[in-house]
Design a protein around this ligand. Structure first.
Ligand code: UD1
Length: 428
């Protein structure tokens, strides 16, 4: 069903907020349970459609899956090697992460190839090249990927030409039970990589150097299940800070890992926000008028995250002055720009750069969420805008933000979730 958010803007966001578990940690950790031979208890697992899509794949593979609150239990004892069909793979592009897990477990993996996505073509050449280094032969035909290594995976020395998050995860999953010691150079350093390594190590794997860019993984015979708590979502945390800052608000994030949002906090400070870190809490108070910041370039961690490009762009759209944002990670991640402009923002895209000329006030309008983070940017802009904003196609937003209406309402926002048929009736 197609739902939308109706927002009455202009309310100052204020209060405390707890942050959900990280989607980008939960997804690879859940996929990694395929490698284990017991029960995994994954705590702080957010209730999101992408997590649901991952659980559906696990069920399809014969795992027993249940959820109690935010804890997910996966019993992988009955896992079987079945091809993963298109309908399950296409729900979420990052399901490609099952490739390394299934191949590591069974020596063969067959799945539908993931398609393009809203933020541009997302090739998987780095994933496949790396798996070939483990001795796998790979064929791609009729939209299917078949990866085979009947005599078992053998460890390899791998250097990534770009520190891809997904490729790093697939390599880690394949290397855990490969024969010998794998060394991975130029690995992604995102906190979610370290979280996956922590889960795998607690399950009996031997991984060193996660988060440092150079990883050594000694293959072990088998993995058991374990109990693991997913790290707080750094992107959701800073998204709420951006939304609050746009409304001139003051928000305390409770119990996060402040170091993980370190690459984004300088932007808040530079724009005039007062940011205080106290233990695991972060408090951000916005000035009456935000200031534009110098250039922002998206970079692999610990650089400024591409996932925060859209929410920070929304924030800069009401800052005094001009901000230039350069998107270096994805080639087509500016679909929110035209929608922000519908709300009165002044943003123009020139190649990989977006020039954001701050305006005094946005005004409500009807806009369409183009993707997950772009969708959040529109919600944040709607909260700051004068009048009513409708954000359509919110299924994208609900892939990554758990209970977003409740979270924002608790901070004083006026936002309602409308199902399509309710909206039609109320338009009559
Ligand atoms: C992950 C995150 C996503 C985030 C991104 C970058 C998950 C589920 N998603 O996505 O939220 O925006 O990291 O921080 O964790 N590339 C190739 N060939 C490959 C793989 C990637 O050319 O084989 C390119 C991509 O097209 C893109 C760039 O590398 O331009 C970054 O991609 P990658 O780091 O792999 O991102 P994801 O793992 O897909």
């Amino acid at each position: 069903m197609n739902a939308s958010f109706e927002i009455t803007g202009g309310k100052r966001l204020q209060g405390e907020i707890s942050i959900q578990g990280a989607k980008n940690s939960a997804l690879p950790i859940l996929a990694a349970t395929v490698l284990t031979d017991g029960v995994s208890e994954i705590r702080n697992c957010p209730a999101l459609s992408d997590v649901q899509a991952t659980l559906n794949i696990l069920r399809h593979l014969g795992c027993e899956v249940s959820r109690k609150g935010n804890t997910v239990f996966v019993n992988s004892q009955g896992v079987q090697n079945k091809p993963i069909p298109e309908d399950l793979m296409h729900e979420m592009r990052s399901s490609i992460i099952f490739l390394g897990a299934v191949l590591g477990r069974f020596g063969r993996a067959e799945m539908s190839a993931p398609g393009g996505c809203e933020i541009g073509l997302r090739p998987i050449d780095l994933h496949l090249d790396a798996l070939r280094k483990f001795g796998a032969s790979i064929s791609e035909e009729h939209g299917k990927i078949i990866c085979e290594c009947p005599s078992g995976l053998r460890a390899a020395d791998i250097t990534l030409s770009f520190p891809s998050v997904g490729a790093t995860e697939n390599i880690m999953l394949a290397a855990c039970t490969a024969e010998g010691t794998t060394t991975l150079f130029n690995a992604a350093r995102e906190p979610e990589i370290s979280d996956l390594a922590d889960f795998l190590n607690a399950s009996g794997a031997w991984i060193q150097g996660a988060g440092s860019g150079e990883m050594v993984i000694e293959g072990v015979r088998a993995l058991s299940g374990c109990r693991h708590t997913v790290i707080p979502d750094r992107i959701v945390a800073t998204s709420y800070l951006a939304a609050a800052a746009m409304t001139g608000g003051c928000v305390r994030l409770k119990d996060i890992i402040p170091a993980h949002i370190g690459p984004v906090l300088p932007i808040f400070r530079e724009s005039g926000c007062d940011v205080q870190v106290k233990g695991r809490d972060v408090c951000c108070t916005a000035p009456p008028v935000l200031r534009a910041v110098k250039n922002i370039r998206t970079m692999p961690y610990p650089g400024f995250p591409t996932d925060m490009q859209a929410p920070i762009m929304a924030m800069m759209s009401v800052a005094e002055g001009t901000t230039v944002i350069v998107e270096t990670i994805f080639e087509s991640r500016y679909k929110h720009v035209s929608e922000l402009n519908r709300l009165g923002a002044h943003i123009r895209v020139e190649g990989r750069a977006a020039v954001v000329e701050g305006v005094r006030q946005l005004t409500g309008a009807s806009v369409v969420s183009p993707d997950l983070r772009g969708g959040f940017a529109l919600v944040a802009a709607g909260l700051a805008a004068k009048g009513k904003t409708t954000v359509k196609e919110i299924r994208h937003i609900e892939r990554g933000y758990e209970d977003i209406c409740a979270a924002l309402t608790s901070l004083g926002a006026e936002i309602k979730r409308m199902d399509e048929h309710v909206r039609q009736q109320s338009n009559e």
